[in-house]
Design a protein around this ligand. Structure first.
Ligand SMILES: Cc1ncc(COP(=O)(O)O)c(C=O)c1O
Length: 456
């Protein structure tokens, strides 16, 4: 743990215990709902990891509107975490509420295409510069499908990712580096996952070149700017070299913009002028209604050519790329995506939110400077991350080394106790298109008051 933050470890631990106790005391109904839920759900939550997502008991939510949500104990929070980016449209955006309401009333799922799917695919093609699109229910599933496409196209199995990444909970991506070895990140995965993944440090071109040299890598899967261990920006020239190396070695390149799409209207790949073969996305594209999507070049799209014969019997091998699923691309998700993409996540909304993102990052920097802390702030459009060292991390190793999980947990719960919902250690605050100048100023003000309290 990094103890160079300028706040003593003792002070952090004392304040953390005090703030966690206050949080529990202030949330009797959430605590009692979790106790009731223990008899029907492992660990008393709908996804078991939610129990220890935060160091205090989980909060049960009642409702949300715009940049705020309210819990079952009646506390209203300014939401700077926005559901790990899935709430980038704001809570209950009116165009999506209307579209979803109308769609449900007219039937929401048929396992047949509707016109909304065409509008959404055309929109994604224009916005993210790849011509052909397919749909899933989540970004995890989009990444899973893209990995299959790359394996089928290249006849190779290995997927290369960068340390500090997160690309969802598909088997192939749930691996991490332990020293120089790739190991499973969690339990329940086949031991074979470690043999089909390679992980290197971003911004290390020599390591990347060596990892691609055996010509067994089907796909490099990365974000244009890494967002799951704080913000890690690629060095100037890194992406150009990555593209050149992947082309030279016959490896496909997929950019995962599930998070980084919040950085700019055309995504961070648009900002950086990148040219991937495949592109994955999810979370906020349908305002949090489940939908994932993947885009591809015309060349990759050839893989979807119809099979030579129709085989409809179970137990017979099908000469077709393996993709799912019954609820993928359902009419409800498509109606939500059409409204979200064309009426909520507009160029104007991005321009406004990006200006607020700059205001937020400037405000954080000013608060840090006035408290005399040796911290840095990195930026990605509407999103920011404060690190507890003078300069930002350049790769996954530095990101872990620089972090101080107790301090970040303290900042989060301290803010939650004062009506501001901050993210966990991996992300940092984001301005949604529903946030306002007073919201940003409230957040920065709370952050400044935290610093004054912590260094007192
Ligand atoms: C970059 C990235 N890709 C994919 C995912 C997976 O998204 P989901 O959990 O919605 O499938 C995440 C989730 O945090 C992510 O950060």
């Amino acid at each position: 743990m990094n103890s160079r933050s300028g706040i003593s470890e003792r002070r952090v631990k004392d304040l953390l215990a005090q703030e966690n106790a206050r949080f529990v005391g202030d949330h009797p109904r959430s605590v009692s709902l979790r106790e009731r839920a223990r008899s029907s759900m492992p660990r008393g939550v709908p996804m078991s990891w939610m129990e220890t997502f935060y160091e205090h008991p989980p909060v049960f939510v009642d409702s949300g509107r715009g940049s705020h949500f309210t819990d079952v104990d009646g506390h209203t929070y300014l939401d700077m975490y926005i559901g790990d980016m899935s709430g980038f449209c704001g809570h209950a955006p009116p165009p999506v509420v209307a579209a979803v309401t109308q769609r449900v009333a007219r039937g929401n799922h048929f396992l047949l295409p509707g016109e909304d799917a065409i509008v959404v695919a055309e929109h994604l093609a224009a916005r993210y510069r790849l011509p052909k699109w397919q749909f899933t229910l989540s970004a995890t599933q989009a990444n899973t499908e893209v990995i299959r496409l790359a394996r089928d196209l290249t006849g190779r199995e290995v997927v290369l990712m960068f340390d500090g990444k997160y690309h969802g909970h598909g088997d192939t991506t749930l691996v991490i580096l332990e020293g120089d070895r790739v190991v499973a990140e969690e339990q329940g995965l086949p031991s074979s996952v470690t043999g089909v993944a390679r992980i290197v440090q971003i911004n290390d071109l020599a390591a990347l070149e060596a990892a691609l040299a055996p010509r067994d890598v089907a796909l490099v899967l990365t974000e244009p700017v890494m967002t799951n261990a704080g913000i890690i920006h690629p060095d100037p020239g890194f992406h150009e070299a990555l593209r050149e190396l992947t082309r030279a070695q016959g490896t496909l390149l997929a950019l995962d913009e599930t998070h980084s799409l919040v950085g700019a209207y055309g995504g961070m790949s648009g900002e950086l002028g990148l040219e991937p073969d495949l592109f994955t996305i999810g979370k906020s594209i349908a305002a949090g209604v489940p939908l994932g999507a993947y885009g591809m070049t015309e060349q990759v799209a050839q893989l979807f050519a119809p099979p030579s014969a129709h085989i409809l019997a179970s137990g017979v091998a099908i000469p077709e790329i393996a993709t799912g699923g019954t609820l993928f691309a359902n009419a409800l998700s498509m109606a939500a995506a059409r409204a979200a993409l064309t009426e909520v996540l507009t160029p104007d909304a991005f321009a406004r939110a990006r200006a607020l993102g700059t205001r937020m990052a400037d405000g954080l920097e000013a608060a840090i400077a006035s408290a005399g802390m040796p911290w840095n702030v990195s930026r990605m459009g509407t999103h920011a991350y404060y690190g507890f060292t003078p300069t930002p991390a350049r790769n996954g190793i530095e990101a872990r080394d620089n972090d101080n999980p107790d301090l970040r947990a303290l900042i989060r719960v301290w803010m939650a106790n004062r009506g501001v919902w901050e993210s966990g250690w991996w992300l940092g605050p984001t301005v949604s298109v529903a946030h306002t100048e007073p919201d940003v100023d409230d957040f920065v003000g709370a952050f400044g008051r935290f610093l004054a309290d912590a260094v007192a």
